[in-house]
Design a protein around this ligand. Structure first.
Ligand SMILES: Cc1ncc(COP(=O)(O)O)c(C=O)c1O
Length: 390
């Protein structure tokens, strides 16, 4: 028998990058040396102190039982200490922190928490595709706002109609930004708080790349802005800062009513994370941070290698300010998909076409800083040999 999918599942957006993954695998099977810069999977291992912590904690029989529904207090206290240490922001561990199975989960759940069918939500174009997944499951309406280079890839709130602002209950933001690699300023977040207050919007700031800022500039937390906790939450993942993508651990901090809703939905979906993973997450947040500094240096070295190599083959590019992505313009005469296909087929270099992140992403490709500098340089040399830059 074949059972029909629910309407909710049918509403889910298509996975744009699935065909790219298929084409990449086919080339690899044919034995080509493919340089894959198309995905967002951190390539370095988790720091040893965190791995050791999970190994030891796995022996603890207390963790072989169900965890407390809303996570262990020691992890929520570690999150509060981390926010104070990193951003000077105070959060109450019991009412203002929710433990998440990675932030992908939280970013999808949040729409179920806030939106009813037919409600509107604001989200960036280009943007991380999972915001839309949650909105679709909630049967709500997306209102995309463009992120344009002339605005440093920040939203222009004056350009969003009053109607869209008044109708929207939720807004997603993400800085440092995937895919554009832009960073936000404190002034922008201050303005966001004002807009959210005026129009009654719950702001969800996705701070996935919170640790990854270049040129000595530490990215700003949304919660540093006065009044931010009143209008929203921030989601933080350990996947990028601590190379823990496979561990599935993150958290949300901020507005207690929103945190309570996230906890409520999770009471019905999970019994929180494996206790040993929670203990290792606390070690990550509070233990030795030298690996984080080294990681940022590694990405900055790669960024410099990529940008220099791109410029030396005649590609006119702007250096990323944060994240582990570069957002480069495609040369005239190509769509982002055509250009990505050309690089894949002729140079065996995988990049993500900007269109996959939204209509406004057309004209760009996203390149991951997820290989050694020599490989990034080689990728640019191979692309240079195609003779597409005039
Ligand atoms: C912008 C952004 N948000 C959220 C996530 C989700 O991260 P995780 O589910 O590993 O916490 C990612 C992962 O690639 C991301 O790029």
């Amino acid at each position: 028998m074949r059972f029909e999918q629910s309407e909710a599942l049918k509403r889910l957006p298509e996975q744009f990058f699935a065909s790219l993954v298929g084409k990449t695998q086919a080339l690899k099977r044919e034995g080509h040396d493919v340089i894959n810069l198309g995905q967002g999977n951190p390539d370095q291992p988790t720091p040893q102190n965190i791995v050791k912590a999970v190994q030891q904690a796995a022996e603890n029989p207390d963790y072989h039982k169900y965890s407390p529904f809303r996570g262990h207090s020691f992890l929520k206290e570690a999150v509060a200490k981390f926010y104070m240490r990193e951003y000077g922001v105070g959060v109450d561990p019991e009412t203002e922190v929710a433990v998440l199975f990675g932030t992908k989960t939280g970013l999808v759940e949040i729409s179920q928490c806030i939106l009813n069918a037919g409600d509107s939500a604001l989200l960036p174009d280009p943007g991380y595709p999972d915001y839309m997944s949650g909105i679709a499951l909630a049967d709500a309406k997306p209102h995309f706002f463009p992120l344009l280079e002339k605005n440093h890839f920040l939203p222009d709130y004056d350009g969003i109609s009053d109607e869209a602002l008044n109708l929207s209950k939720l807004m997603f933001l993400n800085y440092p930004n995937n895919p554009t690699s832009a960073v936000a300023t404190r002034e922008f977040f201050d303005e966001t708080v004002n807009v959210a207050k005026k129009h009654n919007i719950c702001v969800v700031h996705d701070f996935a790349y919170g640790a990854i800022g270049f040129d000595g500039k530490k990215p700003t937390s949304f919660l540093e802005s006065e009044g931010a906790k009143d209008v929203g939450i921030e989601m933080y993942t350990l996947s990028k800062t601590y190379n823990m993508a496979g561990w599935r651990v993150g958290f949300a901090v901020g507005n207690p009513s929103v945190i309570d809703s996230l906890n409520l939905i999770q009471d019905h979906l999970y019994v929180s994370l494996f206790g040993a993973v929670q203990e290792a997450a606390a070690e990550a947040l509070l233990g030795d941070q030298s690996a984080v500094n080294e990681l940022v240096e590694t990405y900055e070295t790669r960024r410099n290698a990529l940008v220099n190599a791109a410029q030396s083959v005649g590609w006119d590019v702007t250096a990323p300010k944060g994240t582990f992505f570069a957002w480069f313009k495609v040369p005239d005469g190509y769509t982002s998909e055509e250009f990505a296909d050309l690089l894949l087929n002729e140079a065996h270099v995988v990049v993500a076409p900007g269109k996959g992140f939204g209509e406004t992403g057309e004209g760009y490709v996203r390149i991951g800083l997820l290989d050694e500098p020599e490989r990034l340089e080689e990728a640019m040399e191979r692309i240079g040999r195609l003779g597409v830059f005039k």
